[in-house]
Design a protein around this ligand. Sequence first.
Ligand code: PLP
Ligand code: COI
Length: 339
Amino acid sequence: MENIDWKNLPFGYFKTDYNVRCYYRNGKWGELEACSSEYISIHMAATALHYGQEAFEGMKAYRGKDGKVRLFRWVDNARRFQDSANGIMMAPVPEELFFAAIEKAVRMNARFIPPYGMGASLYIRPLLIGSGPQVGVRPATEYLFMVFVTPVGPYFKEGFNPVNVELVHDYDRAAPQGTGHIKVGGNYAASLVPASRAAAEGYSSVLFLDAKEKKYIDEAGPANFFGIKNNTYVTPKSHTILPSITNKSIETIATDIGLKVERRPVPLDELETFEEVGACGTAAIISPIGKIVDRETKKVYQYGEQSGPISTKIYQTLRGIQEGEVKDIHDWTTVIEGI
Ligand code: PLP
Ligand code: COI
């Protein structure tokens, strides 16, 4: 086995041994297949390529201090994957098939699960595409469900240190009644120009406003947004943001440690009242935000240079549950035995 520099893994693609695939044809799902090729062969008129019939998920497998490998709230990912499929008229993947594919992909690539304590994990990427041909704008009749895994380090190079983000007014990732609430490729395509611009201007991420009124904070490119003040955890309620499983878990952890939780529209001018702010998601985990710069008004919202005490406590609790060191009182983790 090649030597993997676990401590310095970026958040990126790293070739593993196998991926798992399953085809939907003639109205039903076939058998799961393991495959060692990184390539797929699909029809050039596949709806995924023309009309964006594509959805994905992002999850992680964590190696604990006790040596066990845990998944975190996989049922929620399975359900969101179904919501995404239904939202763009694709064949939804049944929960049992979703789990079987993930388990198989993790087991077959067990040697790529980062050891405990490296600040890394095995990222799991389920993917569903319309593989059947159409030329008119219609849903495909054939679908391909795949899962690949790849060992990753922190999404933001800062890790659990504050990142700077750029608030934009001139782009939206999703339309008010569009697809922002599901995890489909088009939302991410729409975020590429402002996100690349933000990166070129020295920011780790872009922060979007609500697409309709441009008055409320929506979310960051790849993560939900939260703010903390007066012992209260505040996070946006919006139809155009992805319902983050990390965020939902943080709301519960925040309640458990005695904070109030408010999920409601967060007006832009409330930004200056927060004591701590951050971005959260599977890839981002909890990334404290040090500074938000409004690209249009040039207003700068400055937060601490260190991660705040409440974000830190929540981060440690969440990581502790995922790695089996904090009691999993809500039954969020699933151990994959024997690897
Ligand atoms: N928001 C967006 C746009 C995302 O892509 C993600 C990642 O999946 C999240 C939020 C965080 O969601 P989760 O915590 O379920 O990973
Ligand atoms: C995740 O957090 O898992 C994501 O999918 C975010 C991003 C890499 C799109």
